[in-house]
Design a protein around this ligand. Structure first.
Ligand code: PEP
Ligand code: MG
Length: 833
């Protein structure tokens, strides 16, 4: 039975949230506890605020989640939070009604329409802001609302006009409507949008939303004034252009929904459960064990001040060493990012205020252990009381690290350490877990984790994901009431703990687990095998990896090396360029992580879609056709020199190759080689293979000439496609047509391979086509030596190539070159293996 859009329990009067995020979370919790959304959607509501302003005007805000997270919505519904005292939404924008929308498709457009009409009726709004009775709110927003007519009216069309069918799958919602308004406002013209009898000024967002435009509606857009024709032409273009994006967003959302329902397990019927936020996917069947935090007890044993100081110093040094060991171990087991948690904890021990406070207690005749514990509690309490989740997390870290020091100062003290490991079937439940508890968990004895507090980005969540343990966080106080030994099924993907499942539910969950394990085992076995066709032709399989800490993951996924390290990632999301030392450390770490396997490091490819504000590069009308990649390096010695020096210094530590992006001419190759050789000699560094990316059609067609001057080619099919087809790879409307399987692109690849073959030059492919199983099959047939892709694409590509024979791939490539279009090439798929 469909649930009502706004039931009475979704209206909360007299709310007084501390801030905007608090208001959104409160409204989100209303929706979650009434079963309208998965709690994870609350995160999506918060995320939307970082990309859009949901303030509607006149004291009303309409938070709504990201389109791609719609699969987290169980029923379309709306929660209303009335804040009589008002709340600053954004600077200068005060809100009294928060209308949080969870809409699966375009049902909420009607609500939006009611709301926008309501905004015209100031007197009624003021009543709603202060009412003690939910009835008028429900009446104003509910299905049978009678509201004042306002910004929409029947007005005759203007002189110039066009008709247009709304093909946005979700109708006209706030984001595209804003783009319409912004476009109309650029022109000296009156622009009207009409749907049947109702018209609205296209420069008025509220008016437009009031039209309640839905998929399939026929619109008439008309304009008058000096720039009427121009305004209409541009507007039509913008309206149409958005269609592709809206359709792509809706398709992506549908796919995510499909995948989500395929990924998860669900009980056949209703089962008591506790919902939280998914922190780490996977399903676990086990019995619960509560880790009850208990107060730390420390006896006050006064002693000599000097002795106390010495003991404190020794305990701090020992704890620092212990944390470093833990960090090294965690780095090996889990990764550098996870290990950083313990380095940050060690940093807390350097807090001079903490030490001063401890000494003050000692001067007051208290024992060192007691003094330390008091100081930690005071500092942590102060941090936690500030109301910021970030500082609350620091408080938890401080207590965690404080416990370690305490155990050294007074080994007899009950430090409250939980001894968190289970018995092999255990699902641990805790109010929260300290990072060191999670990192030292023995995954063979614990099947899953549930915490009442925490968030999806908390340390516990990060560590649980890395350990591969299903986990849910923010399950609330109800979790702490689950008796020890309860049989449960933990769905880490959906963030839900099912209590006391029936024998049938247990059997179905076990079946689901067995199927998953079987599939994983099959893939894991195949991932490790070479990409060799049934008749023995082998292609190298590499991964596109940018950071040393990601290498292990790529190798586990089946990569034999790294075919593309995009160094521009070192330059993004920061305020200054990394210097030679920093670059050297990263390249060296990458070489060491690969332990002698292939590594191709690409020189900086800035420009085009990758802009770096602090480099102050001049604005270009067509950045993809401008100074990017090698063209920029050749103009900016301040970028080229430190990078080449760092690369050649790193080369002393193991094999690697250097590759230059966006090469167009032989002159560029010659100049870059000269720079490389000069720097190599200055550093007395070893020779390193120097290659170029084939991304510009000019290079593909001249490959036979360029091959004489390079050690290898790596084809960047992403750029080669955009330049061959003259389609901006980011164009909202055209990008979907930029299919790298277009025969024009394949012919350029063939020319590259043929040109390279004349000089026995090795050819790899590191663009997206390499990770598409059909693309990989055709590329192998065309004769490339290596395919480098995102690690997650490796299993499917290997499976495809291993199932084929080389002769069928040669034939497939021949047929593909002979096709008329990318669609025709894709249609060959059925015969490929
Ligand atoms: C390419 O163009 O195919 C490529 C691999 O480079 P990027 O995607 O970084 O431009
Ligand atoms: Mg490229």
């Amino acid at each position: 039975m469909p649930l009502p859009l706004i039931p009475a329990e979704l209206v909360r009067l007299g709310a007084s949230p501390a801030d905007k995020n608090g208001a959104i979370a409160e409204a989100g919790h209303l929706l979650a506890s009434a079963g309208y959304i998965d709690p994870a959607y609350i995160d999506s509501l918060l995320r939307r605020e970082t990309v859009a302003n949901t303030f509607l005007g006149h004291g009303v805000a309409i938070p709504h989640g990201m389109i791609e997270d719609r699969y987290l919505i169980r029923h379309t519904g709306v929660a209303v939070l009335q804040i009589p005292g008002g709340l600053e939404w954004n600077p200068g924008q005060r809100v009294h009604l928060v209308v949080a929308i969870a809409a699966q498709s375009d049902e909420h457009i009607t609500l939006l329409r009611r709301l926008t009409r309501l905004l015209q009726d100031e007197a009624q709004l003021q009543r709603l802001f202060g009412t003690n009775d939910p009835a008028p709110l429900l009446a104003a927003l509910g299905e049978d609302a009678v509201v004042a007519e306002a910004a929409v009216a029947t007005v005759a069309d203007h002189e110039h006009h066009f008709s247009w069918t709304m093909e946005y799958p979700n109708g006209l919602h706030a984001r595209p409507a804003t783009l319409w308004v912004e476009t109309a406002r650029r022109f000296d013209a009156d622009v009207l949008v009409r749907n049947h009898q109702e018209s609205a000024d296209c420069k008025n967002l509220i008016g437009l939303l009031q039209l309640g435009l839905q998929h399939g509606h026929e619109l008439h857009v008309s304009a008058s004034g000096p720039e009427a024709e121009q305004a209409l032409a541009t507007l039509r273009d913008v309206m149409t252009r958005i269609t592709a994006q809206e359709q792509a967003d809706a398709a992506a959302a549908a796919l995510k929904q499909k995948n989500a329902s395929r990924q998860g397990w669900a009980p056949a019927g209703a089962l008591p459960s506790i919902g939280g936020i998914s922190a780490s996917p996977g399903l676990a069947i086990g019995t619960t064990r509560q880790l009850r935090a208990h107060a730390v007890e420390v006896r006050d044993r006064p002693g000599q001040l000097i002795d106390g100081g010495v003991e404190l110093e020794a305990a701090l040094v020992a704890t620092r060493d212990e944390l470093e060991e833990l960090a090294v171990d965690t780095a090996r087991r889990l990764g550098t990012a996870e290990a950083g948690i313990f380095r940050a904890q060690a940093e807390l021990l350097n807090d001079s205020e903490l030490i001063t406070l401890t000494c003050r207690f000692m001067v007051q005749q208290h024992g060192v252990a007691w003094a330390w514990h008091q100081a930690v509690e005071q500092q942590a309490g102060r941090l936690a009381a500030l109301g910021s989740p970030l500082l609350a997390a620091r408080a938890a870290d401080l207590r965690d690290v404080g416990r370690r020091v305490l155990a050294k100062l007074d080994p007899s003290a009950d430090t409250g350490s939980n001894g968190v490991n289970g018995n092999g079937e255990t699902i641990l439940i805790a109010a929260d877990l300290a990072p060191s508890d999670t990192a030292t968990l023995d995954v063979t004895r614990t099947l899953g984790l549930c915490t009442a507090q925490g968030g999806p980005t908390s340390h516990t969540a990060i560590l649980a994901r890395t350990l591969g343990l299903p986990a849910l966080v923010a399950g609330g106080a109800a979790l702490l009431d689950v008796p020890d030994g309860t049989t449960v099924i933990l769905d880490g993907h959906g963030g839900r703990l099912y209590l006391d499942p029936s024998a049938d539910d247990l059997a179905s969950a076990r079946r689901w687990l067995a199927e998953q394990q079987e599939r994983d085992a099959r893939q894991a076995a195949d991932r490790a095998l070479p990409a060799q066709t049934r008749d023995g032709h082998r292609v190298e399989i590499a991964a596109n990896v940018n950071r040393p800490e990601k290498v292990a993951e790529a190798l586990t996924a089946g990569a034999e090396g790294v075919g593309l390290m995009r160094t521009e990632f070192l330059f993004l999301e920061r305020d200054t360029a990394p210097d030679e030392e920093e670059q050297y450390a990263t390249y060296r770490a990458m070489i060491e992580a690969l332990q002698g396997r292939t590594l191709i490091i690409r020189a900086l490819d800035i420009g085009g879609d990758k802009q770096v504000p602090y480099l102050n590069l001049p604005h270009e009308e067509n950045p993809f056709l401008g100074v990017r990649g090698a063209r920029l390096q050749l103009r900016r010695p301040d970028l080229l020199e430190p990078q080449l020096r760092a690369l050649y210094r790193a080369a002393a530590h193991g094999p690697m190759s250097i590759m230059f992006p966006m090469i167009t001419s032989l002159d560029e190759v010659r100049t870059l080689r000269t720079h490389c050789e000069r720097i190599r000699q200055e550093l007395n560094a070893p020779q390193v293979p120097l290659g170029i990316m084939v991304e510009v059609p000019a290079v593909a067609t001249m490959a036979d000439r360029l091959a004489e001057h390079v050690d290898f080619f790596s084809i960047g099919t992403n750029d080669l496609t955009q330049y061959a087809l003259a389609i901006d790879r980011q164009h909202p409307e055209l990008a979907r047509e930029a299919d790298s399987l277009h025969p024009a692109v394949l012919r350029l690849i063939q020319q590259t391979v043929d040109g390279a073959r004349r000089h026995q030059v090795w050819v790899g492919v590191c663009g997206g086509l390499a990770g598409d199983p059909l693309g990989a099959a055709i590329l192998t047939g065309l004769g490339v030596h290596e395919l480098s892709m995102s690690p997650r694409d490796i299993p499917a590509v290997k499976a495809r190539l291993r199932a084929a024979t080389h002769s069928t791939l040669l034939e497939l490539a021949r047929q593909a070159l002979d096709c008329d279009s990318a669609a025709d090439v894709r249609a060959l798929e059925g015969d490929a293996a």
